[in-house]
Design a protein around this ligand. Structure first.
Ligand SMILES: *Cc1c(COP(=O)(O)O)cnc(C)c1O
Length: 438
């Protein structure tokens, strides 16, 4: 096996890494990874890192999970891929049926793609095309929340309100209206998260009252806006947004790319508000963190608006790897684990235990707005020093922990295999890393 150092040099020469100013790697080395097992990633020299961010929020049941591996090996010897236009296969059909059942069959039609941004694009296009097919051609606009993140392809970037991703490309983006975020950190003294949610919904209502005639859909990240820095809101916001979307004839798109698959504490985050969206976008955890796969699920009503003799009234969007059997099979193995291990209930115990272990960190004088929902924990660091996120990243790595703060926000989003001993290790090492940086 080549040494880590030569891998780094070859990587810097040949690979343009994502979300990275490459020059920063002059000072901050890349981390070579040779293999993974459960919570742990190992470099070629055998150094280990506890993956507390689930490898960019995708991994659910640990690296090289034996059950998902077995399913993939079986699928690999059966059918690796076939086009989904004009053809079908068991893994795509079974996955669609099982996902539909998980929405109580409210969202019974599954459209597949390969990544989260494409799912966002599909939901936006479908909503737009629905209104066009319904004779409402003026409904072409979209609403997103302040701080929203829905991906970085051009269409998805139009409904993304994170300056660092958007600013350089603003001139390529469509004009989209932004409505107030229900971020619970905005509570004034004596206010609750529910008050903030109601205030944000009132802002949404003002925009809808004025512009609903030209708006196709509102897109939201239910309960947790992850990429902007783990802004959490009360389910009341979704409840009110659903009512307003119904009243003003605007679709509600729930982007659960990051928070679906149990991350928020329920299988889907929108369940906590007792609502269903018109479109549900899923990706990241869908394949257990194994293979690129995304899906947009929608209602009979939307589906019916496209069902016609005319080709042009159909949804003609296509991706080469749509419904890839290997990816669908990984997703089915992931759903099997949810069912067999009663994962949602087990995560409730895991979450309680890790929250308790984080008490010392929570009590740190520079930690504010400690927050948790399901299998996500986050806090803000007050008066964070310059370059805080990269410094904490390095300090944590030195202590065998993979953390990746967003600005001054530190978060934990571990795989659902975090048991007591590793949780204690993670809590203790994170506190030590924070102490070293502050
Ligand atoms: C990650 C993410 C996306 C984009 O998914 P990609 O697979 O990275 O394109 C979209 N929406 C949310 C909420 C996400 O967290």
């Amino acid at each position: 096996m080549p040494s880590g150092d030569s891998l780094l040099a070859r990587s810097l020469a040949a690979v343009w890494h994502p979300c990275t100013q490459m020059k920063h790697h002059e000072a901050l080395p890349l981390v070579p990874i040779a293999r993974g097992e459960g919570l742990w990633l190992y470099d070629p020299e055998g150094r280990r890192y506890l993956d507390a961010v689930s490898s960019w929020w995708v991994n659910l049941f640990g690296h090289c999970n034996p059950r998902i591996n077995a399913a993939l090996r079986d699928q690999l010897d059966t059918l690796e891929h076939v086009m989904l236009a004009g053809f079908t296969h068991e893994p795509a059909v079974q996955l669609s049926e099982r996902l539909s059942a998980l929405t109580g069959h409210a969202l019974g039609h599954c459209f597949y793609a390969s990544d989260g941004a494409s799912a966002t694009e599909i939901a936006l296009k479908m909503s737009h095309h629905y209104w066009r097919n319904s004779g409402r051609v003026e409904k072409t606009g979209f609403l997103c929340l302040e701080g929203s993140y829905h991906g970085e392809t051009l269409g998805a970037l139009s409904v993304t309100d994170v300056a660092i991703f958007r600013d350089a490309y603003a001139s390529l983006s469509r004009d989209v209206r932004t409505v107030p975020s229900p971020d619970a950190r905005r509570a004034g003294s004596g206010e609750t998260a529910v008050d903030v949610a109601r205030r944000a919904a009132a802002g949404l209502e003002r925009t809808l009252a004025e512009h609903h005639g030209e708006i196709a859909a509102l897109i939201v990240e239910p309960l947790i806006q992850c990429a902007t820095g783990f802004a959490m809101h009360d389910p009341e916001y979704l409840h009110l947004a659903r009512q307003l979307c119904d009243r003003y004839e605007v679709h509600l798109i729930c982007d659960e790319i990051a928070v679906g698959f149990g991350r928020s504490g329920t299988f889907f985050a929108h369940e906590q508000a007792g609502i269903r969206p018109d479109f549900l976008c899923l990706s990241k955890g869908i394949s257990g963190g194994y293979l690129p796969l995304s899906v947009v699920m929608t209602t009979d009503r939307v589906y019916a608006a496209f069902y016609d003799d005319a080709t042009t009234r159909g949804f003609l969007h296509s991706h080469s790897y749509t419904g890839n059997p290997l990816a669908c099979r990984a997703a089915l193995a992931t759903l099997d684990i949810f069912a067999q291990d009663d994962v949602i209930a087990a995560n409730r115990r895991r979450a309680e235990s890790f929250t308790a272990l984080l008490a010392p960190l929570r009590g740190h004088p520079r930690v504010s707005h400690f927050r948790q929902r399901g299998m996500i924990w986050a806090f803000d660091v007050v008066d964070a020093p310059a370059d805080f996120s990269r410094r904490l990243f390095s300090a944590a790595l030195e202590r065998e922990v993979l953390l990746r703060p967003i600005g001054n926000v530190v978060y934990f989003m571990p795989p659902y295999v975090l048991e007591e001993a590793d949780a204690a290790f993670l809590a203790e090492r994170s506190l030590a890393a924070l102490g070293a940086v502050l």
